[in-house]
Ligand binder design. Structure first.
Ligand SMILES: Nc1ncnc2c1ncn2[C@@H]1O[C@H](COP(=O)(O)OP(=O)(O)OP(=O)(O)O)[C@@H](O)[C@H]1O
Ligand SMILES: [Mg+2]
Length: 245
């Protein structure tokens, strides 16, 4: 089977203006390649600021790259025009943002239902209820998300990605704002996504226990993938993170 994500030799920098006409260039990714197979779960770990979120944005066409290529389900997305990239995302990608990115003016249920509606296969009432139930918020569909706690908003963002039926779910610190019980439940749900035929999950996390539920863990450091581990224990991940220091 073809990988669902094929990223080759990605280079990414940001230009930061200092207000005095002298721009500074910071290199964030320097030759990153990553394939993700259908049904595979990959965790990305690395120090804060190592470019994990940026990598997810580049993989999903939300950030342009300086060089390299990204194929999503056979379609080139890097540097695609905004409409073309949005179409690929709508059809193939569910994204759980580090900052949730819910629509504050919409109710929780409306947020969850939005991507499926935009992709042209709206959820039934039962599907909406079921997916909200999965994240423990079955009775909160009518709540304004701006009135919900951080952890609740994160679970709504997760329900939204699960409900989209995208083959690829990118999750940026999906358990960052959750207590242990809810975090474990979310990890179980993400793992279940990959165990349903053909869907893939790429998850960024600081939590090595969480990272270790994946099939593969990649360590990002100094702008590159410095280590790849198959079915590692948290201790093995820690060891690689320390070795690459
Ligand atoms: N839009 C931007 N403009 C300028 N610099 C940026 C931008 N986005 C990210 N950066 C810089 O790129 C680097 C990588 O940031 P990124 O958010 O990808 O890191 P991260 O690994 O996700 O960190 P964390 O674990 O704290 O979330 C950082 O130095 C950050 O300041
Ligand atoms: Mg980040």
């Amino acid at each position: 089977m073809e990988p669902l994500v094929i990223a080759r030799n990605l280079h990414k920098s940001f230009t930061i203006g200092n207000g005095k006409g002298k721009d500074k260039q910071i290199q964030v990714l320097d030759g990153v390649s990553l394939d993700v197979q259908p049904g595979e779960m990959v965790s990305i770990v690395g120090p804060s600021g190592s470019g994990k979120s940026t990598l997810l944005y580049c993989l999903s066409g939300l950030e342009p790259v300086d060089a390299g290529s990204v194929e999503i389900a056979g379609k080139r997305i890097e540097n695609a025009r905004p409409n073309a990239a949005a179409k690929i995302r709508r059809e193939h990608i569910g994204f759980i943002f580090q900052s949730y990115n819910l629509v504050p003016s919409l109710r929780a249920g409306e947020n969850v239902a939005l991507p499926a509606r935009l992709a042209g296969h709206p959820l039934t009432r039962k599907q909406l209820k079921d997916v909200l139930g999965k994240v423990g918020l079955a009775d909160r569909a009518k709540d304004k998300v701006s009135n919900m706690s951080g952890g609740e908003q994160q679970r709504i963002a997760i329900a939204r990605a699960l409900a989209s039926h995208a083959e690829i779910v990118f999750a940026d610190e999906p358990t960052g704002a959750l207590d242990t019980k809810n975090a474990n439940e979310v990890l179980r749900l993400l793992r279940a996504v990959t165990d349903e035929a053909g869907r893939s999950v790429v998850m960024v996390t600081h939590n090595l226990e969480a990272a270790s539920i994946a099939d593969r863990v990649v360590v990002l450091r100094d702008r590159q993938i410095v280590s790849e581990l198959s079915h590692p224990t948290p201790e093995q991940i820690l060891e690689k993170m320390e070795v690459s220091r």
